[in-house]
Design a protein around this ligand. Structure first.
Ligand code: URA
Length: 265
């Protein structure tokens, strides 16, 4: 296939990533596509687009959309091209029908090993926070803004680093497509990196707390990353995160007991 045709096939097959199922083409594009199609029929060229196997029909259900996205993310060329992210893709965990979606920054050592977000120390802290809210991990949707563990280069050990701006940008279409598929009632950005990616905010988490923002029409809150709580195990930090979670529970219409209301007071 000519490289132009290859690019066209790639671009067309990625349309569902942006929630697009139809495409308007002008007369010139129609003429080119027709020429490619006729050439393919004459057998002197590879077909314009390989006939999609039955399993490659446009994803319809949320589960199908997420599975499709997961497959796309596996070899996401924009991320691979950077050369600064590790190979293993870590997608998301939880319910495709969740009303609450939590977005962190990137997988770390444990997450890469288990190919599941938030399973290391920060993940255990997140699980505790969810339990205090009366939620199981399986009831919410937990994902990351960056789908690959940022590489530390040849000296790679168990240490982790946050994703750089271009690494966030490379993976952004994937998390935005997850949000469009799931349509949660509420999103929580866990830390400044997620807020930078989803909301375009460079400000500190402290200055973004206590307000609702809009991400693709969905009420979005910014709070401290669970690893911040591990580093700053103070009453004030715990209380801040808990206040954010109470606001989230209220937004979701969840019952809040007197005990929950008074945690850390
Ligand atoms: N920190 C994150 O932001 N995401 C993970 O999945 C794990 C740790």
């Amino acid at each position: 296939m000519s490289s132009l045709r290859q690019l066209a096939v790639e671009a067309l097959s990625n349309l569902p990533l942006n929630g697009q199922t139809t495409l308007a083409v002008d007369a010139e594009a129609r003429a080119i596509l027709r020429e490619w199609m006729l050439a393919a029929r004459r057998g002197n060229s590879a077909p314009v687009a390989p006939k999609a196997p039955a399993t490659e029909r446009t994803p319809q259900t949320v589960e199908e959309k997420l599975e499709w996205l997961k497959q796309k993310a596996q070899n996401w060329p924009v991320a691979k091209a950077l050369g600064s992210l590790r190979d293993t893709m870590v997608f998301a965990t939880g319910s495709p029908h969740a009303r609450l979606m939590l977005v962190g920054e990137a997988p770390g050592y444990e997450e890469e090993q288990q190919q599941e977000p938030f399973v290391g120390p920060a993940g255990r802290k997140l699980t505790q926070i969810l339990q205090a809210m009366g939620l199981q991990r399986s009831e919410v949707y937990i994902s990351n803004i960056c789908k690959f563990r940022p590489s530390m280069g040849p000296q790679q050990n168990t240490a982790n680093r946050p994703p750089a701006d271009e690494e966030i940008a490379a993976c952004l279409p994937i998390i935005l497509a997850e949000i469009r598929a799931i349509q949660p009632a509420c999103i929580v950005c866990l830390g400044g990196t997620a807020a930078r990616g989803l909301l375009g905010h460079a400000a500190s988490v402290a200055s973004q707390r206590g307000k609702w923002f809009d991400c693709q029409g969905i009420a979005t809150r910014v709070t401290y990353h669970p690893s911040y709580l591990l580093r700053n195990d103070t009453l004030s930090a715990r209380r801040s995160v808990w206040e954010d979670m109470l606001a989230v529970m209220q937004k979701l219409g969840m019952p809040i007991s007197a005990k929950q209301q008074n945690y850390f007071r």
